[in-house]
Ligand binder design. Structure first.
Ligand code: NAD
Ligand code: UGA
Length: 442
């Protein structure tokens, strides 16, 4: 029986390994983490992350061929294939602070693998890492190898939160990069066989290590770039009377452009787009490519611009001040169908409004009050406006908002600012609301 161990039971490690386990009943999969509360949650009825379909997959194989444990060293020592899916945030201090990826967790995982291994291992980079990381990991492992053979593979993950299970069941592609040596190619083949249990062979791409590592950063940069492009257009739409949804639809009909990922918004969020682009920018700078670095930096700048443009729009519409005005914020996570608030644009929007002394009430059925408080307290933000949060109730998720009732209870003029273009603006206008939708005429 092939044994897989995954280091890191987070948004990627948990769902990815659960899907490998359900699709490969003959493989034993153990997910390990240094965080006891996380592992306890994976072993309980309330999983640590919310992801549609995840509960069913975990329930179907947990205790059979899927296990969650804090006994990191034991399971690493026993495994044939080790996935490393630890967090790789942006460095906050020292060389490259604010841009470079912080590989502390990765390095400590690699050193631990070297310490405890007694048999040959395939070590798979699942985390998103700077191109050439495999070389550094290889050095750490081989210089401490005690005669053990290590093969490093890059197998970046492309799942999106909110659709993780769907994406893992039917990935557009699986990417595996390895050394172009017989040993490297044998390892690539071994990992390919795992995915081949459910992914058609044509969708499993194999490349050299550096192409696989860089493709992950490139994919996220291209995706985020589309959002910044359409968001930049949304500002021009507002200035000219064009409608950004119509523009997106019209350009997306060109098969070379395609219709996906062209929704104008208050800005992209999530733990990865900004981090990975900053990482890309840093790598370009380190490689003496300032023009390339500046090109990608603009994607982040437009995203910051879009968030502040939204706040400015709220404040200027409400007669240039929101001081003392009650503003309800519906939704706090970085996108729908997730409770993840990392880098959510809602943080910047709420901070902007509170900075202008608004009284902000926030509601998100997937996010706890403590999490929201923590997010808004970050960066030494001077938080002196207590928030009024609704208690989370599962039924609220499915409830429809009664806009007529909301309108009747609001001070007039009553405003709605739609940061995702999800409300029926015309209907709300008929009720009497003043509605601002991103990139659309008033
Ligand atoms: P996460 O923070 O949810 O999970 C990482 C886990 O690793 C944490 O539970 C942490 O306790 C654990 N960990 C850290 N160091 C450890 C160690 N030495 N030993 C054992 N456990 C350790 O992060 P995530 O969102 O799952 O992201 C992981 C990686 O995958 C990142 O590089 C990210 O860029 C990439 N990625 C994320 C997504 C996503 O949607 N979140 C998608 C694709 C790729
Ligand atoms: C993204 C990528 O889509 C995944 O392929 C990748 O694996 C992942 O990052 C990662 O590396 O972490 P994710 O951040 O989970 O996935 O979610 P997305 O659906 O990409 O949304 C990111 C942000 O962009 C959200 O805030 C979303 O609301 C916003 N967005 C997305 C838009 O504003 N407009 C769009 O058209 C699409």
């Amino acid at each position: 029986m092939v044994k897989i161990c995954c280091i890191g039971a987070g948004y990627v490690g948990g769902p990815t390994m659960a899907v490998i386990a359900i699709k490969c009943p003959a493989i034993e999969v153990v997910v390990v983490d240094i965080s006891k509360p996380r592992i306890d949650a994976w072993n309980s009825d309330t999983l640590p992350i919310y992801e549609p379909g995840l509960d069913d997959v975990v329930k179907a194989c947990r205790g059979k061929n899927l296990f969650f444990s804090t006994d990191v060293e034991k399971h690493v020592a026993e495994a044939d294939i080790i996935f490393v899916s630890v967090n790789t945030p942006t460095k906050t201090r020292g060389l490259g602070a604010g841009k470079a990826a912080d590989l502390t967790y990765w390095e400590s995982a690699a050193r631990m693998i070297a310490d405890v291994s007694k048999s040959d291992k395939i070590v798979v980079e699942k985390s998103t890492v700077p191109v050439k990381t495999a070389e550094a990991i290889e050095k750490i492992l081989t210089h401490n190898s005690k005669g053990i053979n290590y093969q490093i593979l890059s197998n970046p993950e492309f799942l999106a939160e909110g659709t993780a299970i769907e994406d893992l069941f039917k990935p557009d592609r699986v990417l595996i990069g390895g050394r172009e040596t017989p040993g490297g190619q044998k390892a690539v083949q071994a990992l390919k066989e795992v995915y081949a249990h459910w992914v058609p062979e044509a969708n499993i791409i194999t490349t050299n290590l550096w192409s696989a590592e860089l493709s992950k950063l490139a994919a996220n940069a291209f995706l985020a770039q589309r959002i910044s492009s359409v968001n930049a257009m949304s500002a021009l739409c507002e200035a000219t009377g064009a409608n950004v949804s119509e523009v997106s639809y019209a350009i997306g009909k060109d098969s070379r452009i395609g219709p996906k990922f062209l929704n104008a918004s208050v800005g992209f969020g999530g733990s990865c787009f900004q981090k990975d682009i900053l990482n890309l920018v840093y790598i370009c700078e380190c490689n003496g490519l300032p023009e390339v670095a500046n090109y990608w930096k603009q994607v982040i700048k437009i995203n910051d611009y879009q968030k502040s443009r939204f706040v400015n729009r709220v404040v200027s519409s409400m007669f240039n001040t929101v001081s003392g005005k009650k503003i309800a914020v519906l939704g706090f996570a970085f996108k729908k169908d997730t409770g993840d608030t990392r880098e959510t644009p809602a943080i910047d929007v709420c901070k902007g409004l509170v900075g202008d002394k608004a009284q902000v009430s926030i509601y998100d059925p997937q996010v706890t009050e403590e999490q929201i408080q923590r997010d808004l307290a970050m960066n030494k933000f001077d938080w002196d406006h207590p928030m009024h949060l609704q208690p989370t109730s599962p039924t609220a998720v499915k409830q429809k908002l009664d806009y007529q009732k909301i309108f009747d209870n609001m001070q007039k003029p009553a405003f709605v600012f739609d940061g995702r273009n999800v409300v029926d603006a015309e209907k709300l206008r008929e009720m009497g609301f003043i509605v601002y939708s991103i990139g659309k005429p008033l």
